[in-house]
Design a protein around this ligand. Structure first.
Ligand code: AKG
Ligand code: FE2
Length: 374
């Protein structure tokens, strides 16, 4: 990319990052390089306030983030940061943003990293037509941007286990059961699911699904009877009954989500009955719950069951954003590999609360729409 192009791009990204961070644009500044271009001069031309003696120790990597056009995996981010030298104190990829922060122990380390990264091809970013992308960075006037100093990533299962369960949002009828099955049971179920023949699966917006008991026909939002429960799935009935008010599931959907796949926000059709429970395996994921303007997020741990009844089931919409990582209790947790879910339902007469039956479409918030936005 010619220099004029990436300089312009850096200015655009700086402006949009400042907007997203709700800080003035001059809080993210591109220092004017001095004559030899090696040690950028103190900022002088990016607007007030501009205390020349403010230590330059924090960088915003303008085109490296969890999300956005050039999204990067946590592991690649860690490698990129490691490459910026031993002077790094900590680094942070805010969730849902296309930029990240690196804080250094001292100014010389930050200046060196800036000179090394800004305007230079970097092998750590996804390639553009086979060519290395140019890194873009700005110094951060750290006063108004609170960059967390804690370690923010949780890469392994052990790390995940050490994260406390955040309080559940106050959604009537919503419960979360963190260790519903053991790792050994999870492995056995994943093996059974992996042996379902390819021909049984239906691809739906980046994920794939198999229905048992009843088939949810996506084009018509209706139910028709379909394949019976195989023994490995029927063996889970006692577990499922705990979350279905004692009812035996009559319908189950097995879904496989690659890390960037999600499911659009929806309320399950009333025909699926009053209870709904989902077992998560493989990768965890954040599930959003929406009611009007209110939006809450619940992290679905691997091996957990989320259960919904009452308002959580029939008023709040649930969905999963397509993204590469989730924030859980202040940590960034990458979605490692596929998430596999089993959703159980005890299909029954749907009623509208006044003794009448509800037509399928009435309670569906909106039709499926791809939410993958990375
Ligand atoms: O995968 C999940 O946990 C939820 C899937 C879902 O909402 C559905 O199949 O209706
Ligand atoms: Fe659902």
């Amino acid at each position: 990319m010619p220099k004029a192009d990436w300089t312009r791009k850096a200015a655009q990204l700086r402006a949009s990052a400042a907007r997203l961070l709700s800080v003035p644009e001059h809080d993210l500044y591109l220092p004017a390089p001095n004559v030899d271009g090696k040690d950028p001069a103190k900022p002088s031309d990016n607007g007030p306030p501009n205390p020349a003696d403010e230590p330059r120790i924090a960088l915003c990597l303008l085109n490296v983030g969890v999300q956005g056009f050039i999204a990067i995996e946590q592991a690649a981010f860690a490698r990129l940061v490691a490459d910026l030298g031993p002077g790094v104190a900590h680094a942070w990829m805010p969730l849902g943003k296309n930029f990240s922060f690196v804080v250094f122990h001292d100014e010389p380390s930050a200046l060196r990293a800036y000179s090394q990264f800004h305007g230079h091809p970097t092998p750590h970013l996804p390639k553009n037509n086979g060519r290395d992308r140019i890194g873009l960075a700005a110094f951060v006037r750290a006063l108004r941007i609170a960059i967390p100093t804690t370690t923010t990533t949780a890469a392994s299962d052990d790390d995940l286990d050490s994260i406390p369960t955040p309080p559940l949002p106050a959604i009537p009828g919503l419960t979360l059961h963190r260790a519903a099955i053991t790792p050994a049971e999870e492995r056995a179920l994943l093996d059974a699911i992996a042996s379902i023949p390819d021909s049984e699966w239906t691809a739906v917006h980046g994920r794939r699904v198999v229905h048992f008991g009843y088939e949810f026909v996506y084009s018509s939002f209706s139910l028709t009877p379909t394949r019976t429960f195989p023994p490995w799935l029927a063996a889970l009935h006692p577990l499922a009954r705990r979350y279905l008010g004692g009812h035996t599931p009559t319908q189950a959907t097995v879904s496989v989500y690659p890390p960037k796949a999600g499911i659009a926000s929806h309320v399950d059709i009333p025909e699926f009955g009053p209870y709904l429970a989902a077992l998560s395996m493989g990768s965890g994921t954040a599930m959003d719950f929406k009611l009007g303007e209110v939006e809450e997020e619940v992290y679905l741990w691997p091996r957990s069951v989320v259960a919904m009844v009452g308002p959580a089931r029939s008023e709040w919409a649930h969905g999963i954003r397509g993204r590469r990582a989730d924030a859980v209790a202040g940590r960034i947790v990458p979605r490692e590999g596929e998430r596999v879910s089993i959703v159980w339902r005890s299909t029954g007469e749907a009623d509208d609360g006044d003794g009448g039956r509800v037509a399928p479409m009435e309670r569906v918030d909106r039709v499926e729409k791809v939410t993958a936005d990375v």
